[in-house]
Design a protein around this ligand. Sequence first.
Ligand code: C5P
Length: 400
Amino acid sequence: MLQGKKFILGISGGIAAYKCAQLTRLLVKEGAEVQVIMTKLAKQFITPLTMATLSKRPILVEFFDPENGAWNSHVDSGLWADAMIVAPATANTMGKMANGVADNLLITTYLSARCPVFVAPTMDLDMYQHPSTQRNMSTLRSYGNHLIEPNAGELASGLVGKGRMAEPEEIVAELKDFFAKKEKQDLSGKKVLVTAGPTHEKIDPVRFIGNYSSGKMGYALAEELADRGAKVTLVSGPTQISTLNPNIERINVVSAEEMYEASSSRFEQMDAAIMCAAVADYTPVHKADEKMKRNDNELSVELKATTDIAAALGEKKSDKQVLVGFALETQDAMSNAQKKLIKKNLDFIVLNSLKDKGAGFNSYTNKITIIDKHNKIKEFSLKSKADVASDIVDELVGCL
Ligand code: C5P
């Protein structure tokens, strides 16, 4: 799977740098080419001689060779690679990657790279938990970078917790999985509509009714579909997530009404639609033009039902089109999901329960059950939203 693939391995200065020797050996054994770029500090943890010998190429550290002025082009390296792996990624390096602090060759290469980027963080448990590290990792995820979660265990400091860099075998497995999916292209030529995120229903110019949806699940689905060859139309409510995937056309909307218009006008051209958005079920009847003033009495906001987008598409659906919905339930999960499946004329519904730890809004993981129109039920374990997206797309491919 990795035969002939070209990798940039960006090593930053953490004790786990020693694992890069093994990682490079495994990649070379798979038939891949590896160009190592090290930060200055990384050279203190593992020698350039070791890395150059194992990768069979001189390693790069500086922007240019001080002896002869030869330029180490970060742009060329960034364009050459099929993927960049930053391992170990220290808190410092991730901070620079997240904020574009381009003061070494590893970061300038990262900023120029057009290929997928895999990031394997490592650090002490308190550094890992610090809000700045967590925020930087979120930012990197929002750029579409693939974070390879560190393992929990004994750390170099002697403390025990999360922060051990993933093992070289795990990183190689993640890369193989990524390229296997990419090369599968089982949705080539298909057009898929995805709705994602929350909607905001205006009350007045400064207030709205919204919900906690982050859009992560919908964006993970759009990325997965696009990676497997589909042309994706992503109708997105307000989110903090960005996507650079050339197979994704993103249409930004705010309200349920706008989401309905954008989705229903495009549905006819689609082979499938996945309704992942947390659409408001009600919207204010009157939307005030001026900010509503406080008074000391109670305030009632009159609401009316929004259009159920999934149900509207379900009515229009042809025999060849596949429609997928989501159900986020807090009680009677299974029977409510089954009712929605029928009412909205879905081919299958993805159930997630807010009672499952790590599932639902704003987490990076999800735990789902898929129920299809023949009432076949498949339960899945807790997984990253990217892996959950892969399971859902597998089910969709089976229906198409
Ligand atoms: O009925 P409920 O809102 O729980 O149904 C959830 C499913 O219906 C999701 O797939 C959601 O995207 C979709 N939905 C919709 N339009 C609405 C409400 C929900 O498409 N107005």
